[in-house]
Ligand binder design. Structure first.
Ligand SMILES: *Cc1c(COP(=O)(O)O)cnc(C)c1O
Length: 377
């Protein structure tokens, strides 16, 4: 075929302010890192950078886990990596569902041939620890507890320490989605006793999408090694990926690592280490307080009760009579501002305003409030 006229030329994206559920604003410094020369993925210079990335990720996750590395793929691939390796056919998994991403965990368990035991809570609320304890009492043979720390579809944060402690009392592994929490609110894998965790590059780490940091405890690795059935995914089989990422002895080819995106993640993690985790958490909290004051002044109310709210994802109901799509279109076209729409049962009912990573700054809060003031009249 021939290229249709007018000829397709280089793509020039518009400049936006990203305040949705991810991706967040990517700092210039990270984009600059990504345009550095591409080298081979088995080049010693590249493997040295990978070792640094693993060290930086251990800091971000607050873990000593040796098996901590970025999966080549978005957060969803990190999620599947955790489930396909840890769930064998017939395994019972207690899954907490209080929004879209908990629902995806259920889907993963089923596709692995596992039996999902659901612990359901209303959208917009944290996971209820009493219900999790009751589920373990009813299903003492459950092998894994899986839950979402920061439910991006609603803006609710669950008490990961309390939920993990229940699972530990029953000898179950804990599988955590911390895609939206990593870098924005405390994620303390070792202190909480998390066995498998996955995150994403484009939320509070403020990198471009496409990489998923994961971490596995020794107990999780033992579970993978003791499987009776092979992991059904060749690409995500940790036994194979380990040959490339383990850093023990010679690295063997598994798949071609996404070289330049990994430069970006390395830079994002260097920036996080320079700022310090505590300072990053405090910044997200402070920007949330500033945004919250302005949103309430505009008459918008929060979906999630105080105390269960994520600072980096602010869900608010908008006034009756406002056309959801038109209002968000107005924000995008006239203010170059992206905010998120509601998902699932909250579609058409709420807006989700992200303050993730580099987007959690005063300038963005001001841009957002000014734009909303104009749109809401
Ligand atoms: C964004 C997100 C995911 C999926 O990440 P992708 O990079 O979009 O695949 C999973 N879980 C949560 C809680 C998320 O916010």
């Amino acid at each position: 075929m021939s290229i249709p006229a007018p000829a397709i030329a280089s793509f020039q994206p518009p400049r936006r302010t990203l305040m949705g559920p991810g991706p967040s604003d990517v700092p210039r410094r990270i984009l600059d890192a990504m345009v550095r020369p591409t080298i081979g993925h088995l080049d010693p210079a590249f493997t040295d950078m990978m070792e640094q990335t693993k060290t930086l990720l251990r800091y971000a996750f607050q873990t000593e886990n040796k098996l901590t590395f970025p999966v080549s793929g978005p957060g969803s691939v990190g999620m599947e990596t955790c489930f396909v390796n840890l769930v064998e056919p017939g395994d019972k998994v207690i899954v907490c569902v209080n929004g879209v991403f908990g629902g995806r965990m259920v889907e993963n368990v089923k596709r692995c041939g596992g039996v999902a035991v659901l612990v359901e809570d209303p959208w917009g609320r944290a996971v209820d620890a009493d219900k999790v304890a009751a589920a373990f009492a009813a299903h003492p043979d459950a092998k894994i507890l899986a839950f979402v720390h920061a439910e991006t579809s609603t803006g609710a944060q669950s008490d990961a320490a309390a939920l993990a402690a229940i699972a530990k009392r029953h000898g179950a592994l804990v599988l955590l989605d911390c895609v939206t929490s990593l870098g924005g609110t405390p994620v303390l894998l070792d202190q909480w006793g998390i066995d498998a965790a996955y995150s994403g590059s484009q939320k509070c780490l403020s990198c471009t999408p496409g990489l998923s940091p994961v971490s596995f405890s020794e107990a999780a690795i033992r579970r993978v090694r003791a499987r009776k059935t092979p992991v059904q995914s060749w690409f995500m089989d940790l036994n194979l990926v380990l040959g490339y990422w383990s850093g023990e002895g010679k690295r063997t080819y598994h798949h071609t690592a996404p070289i330049n995106p990994l430069y970006g993640l390395h830079e994002a993690l260097v920036m996080l280490a320079e700022e310090g985790l505590e300072a990053a958490w405090a910044r997200h909290r402070a920007m949330h307080e500033a945004l919250k004051a302005g949103l309430e002044e505009l008459g918008l109310s929060f979906v999630v009760p105080e105390g269960e709210r994520l600072p980096q994802l602010n869900s608010v109901t908008f006034p009756a009579g406002i056309d959801d799509a038109a209002a968000r279109g107005h924000l995008l076209n006239d203010f170059n501002l992206e905010i998120g729409a509601g998902l699932g049962v909250l579609a058409g009912k709420i807006w989700r305003i992200g303050l993730m990573g580099a987007s959690a700054r005063r300038e963005n809060v001001d841009i957002c409030l000014r734009a909303l003031r104009a749109v809401l009249g």
